[in-house]
Design a protein around this ligand. Structure first.
Ligand code: G6P
Length: 365
């Protein structure tokens, strides 16, 4: 059946708006009470020594957030690669490694080839897919469905937040299996995850504020995105979304890496979007922001009200997000990343759902 826009101007707008619901669907599928109910074909992470995550594009950035989660919460080392590099760099496979392949479509040629290359070399092939009958799902030992529903817009939105939510559940299972989270700790983390649909609805109310900022971003030739820790991949995703659909050159950087290159680009005409919820690293991010402002750079601070206060004066624009537990912040901050790109593209008059030169599913190498 044809998927309708349902009153929205673009599929992308509709898919952004669906996120509280679809993320809730992931939680309904994989949580039951204070327990995780995700069928991983009997995998016990206590017997796993390493994950090798492979994906392309937005799915790769979901994997990069997951690396932070698995390493921090489950003390499980993670290698991560873009699929087009993975096969050719001839990396050694360590024993007790799980290969994890992330793909919305389940048909991306490079990701599928990386999966086939890994089969037989890893203990098990696990995939996170949106299409359960896809090639990647069929060729995996365990296929975890991300429950985003059909995604039409070329620029991925709800698939990203559903990949992240599925990964968060998996990382908590790993933390529990490996003895780094007891039953009470797990119950606490799951209650944080359950705040997602509500907080996501709240986050969507920044839509009008985002539109106002986007009208200014639309005038820029280059935009920088910064983030630290688990927000670093969100800076990459914000930059990717913006370049994909508005054709403005954008780069995502780890905040601390700013001084090793991109700061040379900072001037009045180059806005810097800083993705910085109030977390343990906030003070360091503020000092990176000040380095930008000291060079005449304009900062768009995406943060919660408390942090915006602490950041002091000099910030050009602020987007106020709801306060949220640290675990779910990267999922929530996908919303401003998406909305900034969406409204900037509209201000520029580009084709939001069908950007030039891009395909929804890239089935050639
Ligand atoms: C294309 C799409 C992106 C997507 C990437 C990976 O480049 O335009 O939105 O992130 O492929 O796709 P997959 O289906 O493997 O997640």
């Amino acid at each position: 059946a044809r998927i309708e826009k349902g009153g929205y101007k673009h599929y992308m707008a509709k898919e952004i708006a669906q996120q509280p619901t679809v993320v809730g669907n992931v939680l309904n599928a994989y949580l039951s009470g204070d327990q995780i109910n995700m069928d991983l074909g009997g995998i016990n992470f206590a017997n796993v020594d390493r994950l090798s995550i492979v994906a392309c594009g937005t799915a790769y950035y979901a994997g990069l957030v997951a690396k932070y989660w698995f390493e921090q919460h489950a003390r499980l080392p993670v290698d991560i690669d873009v699929a087009s590099e993975f096969r050719y760099r001839e990396a050694p496979f360590a024993p007790k490694t799980l290969g994890v392949f992330v793909s919305q479509s389940g048909e991306t040629a490079d990701t599928l080839a990386a999966l086939r290359y890994s089969a037989g070399k890893v203990d098990k092939v696990v995939s996170l897919v949106n299409v359960p009958e896809s090639s990647i799902a069929r060729e995996s030992d365990v296929a975890v469905e991300i429950h985003a529903g059909v995604e039409v817009s070329v620029a991925s939105t709800k698939a990203f937040t559903c990949q992240l939510t599925s990964f968060a559940v998996m990382a908590l299972k790993a933390a529990h299996d490996r003895g780094h989270l007891d039953d009470a700790g797990l119950a606490q983390r799951l209650s944080e995850l359950r705040q997602l649909p509500g907080l996501m609805s709240h986050a969507l109310t920044i839509d009008a504020a985002t539109k106002a900022i986007a009208s200014k971003l639309a005038e820029a030739r280059d935009v920088l995105f910064l983030g630290r820790g688990q927000m670093f991949p969100l800076a990459l995703e914000g930059a990717l979304k913006l370049k994909e659909i508005s054709y403005i050159h954008a780069e995502g950087y780890a905040s601390g890496e700013l001084k090793h290159g991109p700061i040379a680009l900072v001037d009045k005409a180059t806005p810097t979007v800083v993705m910085a919820p109030h977390d343990g690293l906030f003070d360091k991010t503020v000092s990176n922001m000040q380095e930008v402002m000291a060079r005449g750079g304009r900062v768009v601070l995406v943060s919660d009200a408390r942090a915006a206060e602490e950041a002091g004066s000099g910030v050009w624009q602020t987007l106020a997000m709801p306060e949220a537990p640290e675990l779910i912040q990267p999922i929530l901050y996908a919303v401003p990343a998406q909305l900034l790109a969406y409204h900037t593209a509209i201000a520029k008059g580009t084709d939001v759902d069908q950007p030039r030169n891009l395909a929804k599913s890239v089935t050639v190498e």
